[in-house]
Write a protein that binds this ligand. Structure first.
Ligand code: 4AD
Ligand code: MG
Length: 476
């Protein structure tokens, strides 16, 4: 009977004949194979009595080789495992030359592993990350499904720029060496595939709003693309975003939903990914060993996750945050790279992290931002200075969620569009939802990889997505 390694390790029946298949992690003393098939972080031990096997088979049991082992599943006498397979038959499915296979059993840096992203899923770290990534995506769908939201598939190719920023990848079938031109020398996109200029989407929000104004509660969950040239540990050119949008909701409903949703996801991972979390927790402790005390995590990974579940997120306005930052030690001692002197400045990640990690020591929801530093669609507050925007900031990460109540008043929205120099013809369909049956509504966007950073304790978004897309990097 062929069992996955996860099934074999938890088998209630023992002394049965089983077959397991996987990749050799180690082969110790020509006797003990640690075999992994990725179904669990654990390996199964296969015990080989080499006198029973041809030498040329034994020689091919190298780290990285794919093999099939059949034999008796028995209680293990050795330490570290409960059951093991006494090998009776071994088939070499795919060899791995030890001279060439780069993943020999020793410590590899995350930077090196990024260069072999085609093989890194076979490491413990990336196996754990990829399994958690699956469970987290599943938790997200489960949360929304259970709460009566509908999954809306927003288009990936779009003719609009939702965030009003010029950081988009162009989509075209025009011959770049010889594009059709208008009389004034500009490119004639009327001849392009869609008859207009198109881009990869930066957000599914505008389409999610159309869905919410018909189905009440929807969410999107898809890839989004940003061509900003920011080479940081928090930015990808292709990342996944979850965008719920809810009709008949205001900014405070939005905060409640986001907080409940984030806690649900974190709790789901705690409940369903214990082995992988335990591994990643130890990995983080080891990785931080050589750091000075004040740069190490305050708590082990699982305690950090529980801490977030047990505490309310701190909610404060942008104005309150500015006052705290202005009077903070790093501001007064000029330790911030960007000093906070006046109301209206955009917050940098050093400020966000000060609030979360030093001032409140827990997640923070900042709301009511100056209208000038936020997107056109956010609802104007009565003070005429701020909009009903909210950002959620997480320890170790900074911004994880950005959202707002949306401007539902046609006249105000038209004015905002003009202020932001957006052509009305470009968003006529968006404006029509404010003309026909408009209602207050709100939503937010969660960066999937940023939440992955939080639940796995990894520190670079390149290490929580299978094949990262960053400036000058689209290998694999
Ligand atoms: O704050 P952002 O830009 O908000 C929006 O796009 C809104 N349309 C969302 C909405 O209201 N429906 O992006 C939302 C989140 C950020 O808080 C961050 O977590 C993540 O997306 N994010 C990125 N993650 C990885 N790489 C990037 N380049 C990211 N840019 C944003
Ligand atoms: Mg944002």
């Amino acid at each position: 009977m062929w069992l996955t390694i996860k099934e074999a390790l938890s088998s209630e029946k023992l002394n049965i004949n089983v077959t397991v298949k996987g990749w050799v992690r180690t082969f110790r003393s020509n006797r003990f194979i640690a075999l992994s098939d990725g179904t669990t972080i654990k390996t199964i031990q296969c015990v080989v009595d080499f006198e029973n096997f041809d030498e040329f088979i034994i020689k091919k049991i190298n780290t990285g080789a794919a093999i099939e082992v059949s034999g008796n599943l028995v209680e293990s006498l050795g330490k570290g495992q409960t059951v093991e397979v006494i090998a009776e038959e071994i088939k070499i499915l795919g060899e791995a030359n030890p001279e060439e296979f780069p993943l020999q059993p020793k410590k590899h840096s995350l930077e090196f592993l990024r260069e072999i992203a085609h093989l890194r899923p076979r490491t413990n770290t990336f196996g754990a990350v990829l399994r958690i990534r699956h469970h987290l995506a599943f938790a997200i769908h489960k949360y929304f499904n259970d709460k009566g939201y509908f999954y809306l598939h927003a288009p990936i190719i779009t003719g609009s720029d939702a965030e009003g920023a010029g950081e988009m990848f162009k989509v075209t079938t025009l011959d770049l060496n010889n594009p059709p031109k208008n009389e004034d020398g500009s490119i004639n996109y009327k001849e392009d595939f869609f008859g207009k200029a198109t881009n990869l989407t930066v957000s599914g929000q505008l389409e999610a709003e159309l869905g919410a104004l018909a189905l009440s509660k929807v969410y999107t969950f898809g890839p989004t693309f940003r061509a900003e040239n920011s080479n940081t540990s928090r930015h990808l050119a292709e990342f996944w975003m979850i965008e719920p949008e809810v009709a008949f909701a205001d900014i405070f409903d939005n905060m409640d939903i986001a907080e409940e949703f984030l806690k649900y996801c974190i709790n789901y991972i705690l409940e369903n990914c214990g082995d992988d979390l335990e591994f990643l927790e130890q990995r983080k402790i080891d990785a931080e060993k050589d750091l000075p005390q004040d740069q190490r995590s305050a708590m082990p990974l699982r305690e950090t996750l529980k801490f977030v579940l047990e505490n309310n997120f701190e909610r404060l306005t942008y104005t309150e945050a500015i006052n705290i930052l202005k009077n903070s030690k790093p501001n007064k001692k000029k330790k911030f790279q960007y000093l906070v002197n006046e109301w209206g400045v955009d917050l940098q990640s050093e400020h966000e992290r000060f609030l979360v990690e030093k001032e409140f020591k827990k997640p923070v929801i900042l709301y009511n931002y100056p209208k000038e530093i936020k997107a056109f669609y956010m609802r104007q507050n009565d003070d005429n200075k701020t909009v009903a925007a909210m950002d959620i900031l997480f320890p170790g990460i900074g911004e994880i969620v950005g959202g707002s109540q949306r401007e539902e008043r046609l006249d105000v929205l038209k004015q905002k569009i003009a202020d932001f120099n957006i052509e009305e013809e470009e968003v006529w369909w968006y404006l029509e939802t404010r003309k026909f049956g408009t209602v207050p509504h709100a939503g937010f966007g969660l960066g999937f990889e940023r939440l992955m950073l939080f639940v796995t304790g990894m520190t670079n978004v390149r290490d929580v997505i299978p094949f990262p897309r960053t400036p000058k990097n689209a290998e694999f």
